[in-house]
Design a protein around this ligand. Structure first.
Ligand code: SF4
Length: 288
């Protein structure tokens, strides 16, 4: 029986707290690293095989972060020089340290960008070979299905970012990405194969769209990670408190797991259970 806080039903969290988890990064490793800031809310470890991304999202802040000209970044992804060698070297260190965390691909590119993504498959295999889990976060939709056989239900996760279910909206904001229905098709296939799936609802460009996404996908999505947009003029007038309360009420009504990111946490009802890390796989709970 759920309890209620400020009118919002609160399901008991089927989760483990962040304090129970080993922390992540190993000093000197730069190819497998512990992301900081907002990215750190998504994963304890990450790796970025490419520089650039051909999805050409208008809201993408990565070119500024990695100091790359937007035109060059948007022109397409290129393999990072020395990546595979560096990845193997870092993976050996994590294995020697007994780390079995999930490594996320990727924060500064998309693992299933429109170009050659063979290195993504190699990366997943290297992580597996060294005892690590992995999670891919992509707007590449069914391009990811090529690697479905590499994912393990008990260790890995597949995730997609969704900002809208409307093709025209997506084509305006994410010009080179897979269309929303293609991303949904990928989530369905991974879910049907027993792989843990989650959706990133960030950036939230239109709050009603995010609510519709939860309604439309919750039957094949295991977890929603919900954030906002801080730097886009179109959301300056958004009532983030109203959105937060509406989306947690919806998640509660549908009985779906969700994580509210730090930017929206001030709008949560007091005491709302919102652990930073939950197991993103269908295996034993001690492995992330
Ligand atoms: S998919 Fe991600 S990395 Fe690629 S352009 Fe869009 S926001 Fe940037």
């Amino acid at each position: 029986m759920p309890n209620h806080t400020a009118g919002v039903a609160v399901l008991p969290p089927a989760t483990i707290s962040n304090e129970q988890l080993p922390s992540a990064g190993i000093k000197g490793c730069t190819y497998i690293y512990a992301p900081a800031g907002q990215a750190g809310e998504y994963a304890p470890l990450a790796t970025n095989p490419y520089r650039g991304c051909g999805h050409r999202c208008s809201y993408c802040y990565v070119p500024g972060v990695i100091k790359m000209k937007r035109a060059e970044f948007d022109a397409g992804a290129a393999v990072r020089v020395g990546f595979e060698h560096g990845l193997r070297r870092d993976a050996e260190k994590y294995q020697a340290a007994g780390c079995r965390d999930q490594v996320m691909l990727s924060f500064t590119t998309d693992p299933y960008h429109p170009g050659d993504t063979e290195l993504t498959r190699t990366t997943l295999q290297v992580l597996r070979d060294h005892g690590l889990g992995f999670c891919t976060l992509t707007k590449g939709g069914t391009r990811a299905l090529r690697d479905l056989d590499v994912f393990r239900p008990g260790r890995d996760a597949f995730a997609s970012t969704l900002t809208s279910l409307d093709d025209a909206f997506s084509q305006k904001w994410e010009r080179g990405a897979a269309l929303p229905q293609d991303r949904l098709a990928a989530l369905r296939r991974f879910h049907a194969a027993g792989i843990f799936t989650w959706v990133s609802l960030e950036p939230t460009l239109d709050t009603d769209s995010s609510l519709r996404i939860v309604e439309a996908t919750h039957e094949f999505v295991d977890l929603f990670k919900i954030g906002r947009a801080n730097y886009l003029p179109m959301t300056r007038s958004t009532d983030w408190q109203e959105y937060t309360l509406r989306i947690v009420a919806l998640c509660q009504r549908l009985g779906v797991r969700h994580y509210i990111k730090k930017d929206l946490q001030p709008f949560l009802p007091a005491g709302y259970p919102n652990p930073l890390r939950v197991p993103q796989h269908h295996g034993p709970q001690e492995a992330w």
